[in-house]
Design a protein around this ligand. Structure first.
Ligand SMILES: Nc1nc2c(ncn2[C@@H]2O[C@H](COP(=O)(O)OP(=O)(O)OP(=O)(O)O)[C@@H](O)[C@H]2O)c(=O)[nH]1
Ligand SMILES: [Mg+2]
Length: 425
């Protein structure tokens, strides 16, 4: 059955997770009590994100956690989405925006209840595919509790794919602690997680502006959920080329630590689209910037809808001199979902493993160094039991990742140049 568990942590993670479930309900034609209203077309693979209860309602397989009650309380008041209240946990303390509270003190106290729910999901699933996690890297609850869970999955030696979907807020952070929190949770994500899809609030705000929407969290979450709906469409519906979490990891992650992906998508309602259009202007870029076309190690193109069944559009995507041929290596692959989105005829999604993430990380590296050189705010973390070694370890892991980005991408380039010269002789 290939089930997936959704985990939303902290304010941002819960908001995004709930919005994603709302859009899943819509995409699978579920009514407001989550019964199926279109049996034929949409039932396929609905069990990927839902468990069916005895009243034929589809309840999402999820877990929501926070250190303050407001987001969970709001979740229970939602009228158009049903989430099992036994899968929602909160405390009354807040984290004061500190990773240490989420990871070590208050957050750690939530772990027993979470593990109990997760173990139940592991036992009752036929063939669990993986876990999708949502949180903001800057939040104390989000980053700290996410790290706790990531460590739990590592200790449990799960053979399932752990896919994080963190929201970064580079350049618009509300506090300096967000820099530290981000570097700490990056340390966990670099070492243990299988895939990370990087979302960035500034990029999401830009999409809002370009589409004449108010730039607020609510609209950002809608855009992010739309992108996730596209990413997961091939897991949930039949198509010509099916996708899956394992396939994604195998195809897009050539070096284990280089697993940070950039998501984009584009709604195509006319037939005469061109690849250049899609690449250059019309994509909704939800993540860090890139420098097309040479900076991709690998990428996935997700096609959804009927127009992609035409032979010419297929050939467009595999043309040898395509802009998307990266360093001469044919490192892309496609997934295709036949069933259209209920609102949009055709959508193209994109997930790329890009060197652009290196520049993005360097900004965090600079900000971290500026703060840590002065030992600014370190006492907040020390009061909760962290020591300075954890700061230096997280920093050096980030530095290592930044330096790994260079050689991996350059080696690809070099090996291609070498082959080409060889071929001429
Ligand atoms: N896209 C988006 N970003 C959000 C949302 N809520 C908060 N953020 C951003 O996430 C960061 C703060 O994280 P929160 O999720 O509020 O923090 P938390 O995980 O609840 O942790 P605490 O610090 O304990 O409150 C800030 O940079 C916010 O701009 C949301 O609903 N959507
Ligand atoms: Mg919060």
């Amino acid at each position: 059955m290939q089930e997936i568990i959704i985990i939303g942590i902290g304010q941002c993670g819960i908001n995004v997770g709930v919005e994603f479930i709302k859009q899943l309900n819509y995409d699978h034609c579920l009514n407001n009590v989550q019964e199926i209203i279109n049996q034929d077309r949409y039932k396929q693979k609905i069990n990927v994100f839902y468990n069916e209860n005895s009243r034929q309602q589809y309840i999402p397989r999820c877990l929501f956690l926070d250190l303050e009650p407001s987001s969970i309380d709001r979740l229970h008041l939602q009228k158009d989405v049903i989430i099992d209240p036994n899968c929602c946990f909160s405390k009354n303390c807040g984290s004061n925006n500190s990773y240490a509270t989420g990871q070590y003190t208050e957050g750690a106290e939530l772990m027993d209840e979470c593990k109990h729910i997760l173990d139940k999901y592991f036992e009752t699933s036929d063939n669990l595919q993986g876990i999708m996690m949502f949180f903001s890297t800057g939040g104390g609850s989000g980053s700290g509790i996410a790290s706790n869970l990531i460590q739990y999955f590592r200790e449990k030696d799960l053979t399932k794919i752990v896919h994080c979907n963190p929201v970064f807020s580079q350049g618009i952070t509300h506090s300096n602690l967000e820099i530290y929190n981000t570097v700490f949770v990056m340390h966990q994500m670099i070492e243990t997680v299988d895939i990370v899809t990087v979302y960035d609030n500034v990029a999401l705000y830009n999409i809002c502006e370009n589409n004449f929407l108010t730039s607020n969290h609510e609209n950002c979450n809608k855009i992010m959920a739309e992108s996730l709906i596209q990413t997961t469409a091939s897991y949930r519906f039949p198509g010509f080329i099916n996708g899956g979490m394992k396939k994604l990891t195998l195809n897009l992650i050539p070096f284990p630590r280089i697993h940070f992906l950039q998501p984009k998508y584009m709604i195509v309602n006319q037939i005469n689209w061109s690849m250049t259009d899609i690449l250059k202007q019309k994509y909704k870029l939800c993540s860090f910037e890139d420098n097309l076309p040479t900076e991709y190690l690998s990428y996935q193109i997700q096609l959804r809808g009927n127009c992609f069944e035409m032979p010419e559009s297929q050939s467009l995507l595999i043309k040898k001199d395509d802009l998307y041929q990266i360093n001469g290596h044919d490192t892309h692959y496609r997934v295709h979902t036949r069933i259209q989105h209920r609102d949009h005829e055709n959508i193209i999604g994109f997930l790329g493993n890009s060197n652009g993430f290196k520049k993005y990380l360097q900004k965090y590296q600079e900000d971290f160094i500026k703060l840590f050189k002065r030992k600014a705010f370190v006492y907040i973390y020390e009061l909760q039991g962290m020591d300075k070694m954890e700061f230096t370890e997280a920093e050096s892991d980030l530095n290592d990742l930044i330096s790994e980005y260079g050689p991996h991408f350059n080696n690809y380039q070099m090996s291609y140049d070498y082959d080409e010269e060889e071929a001429e002789f």
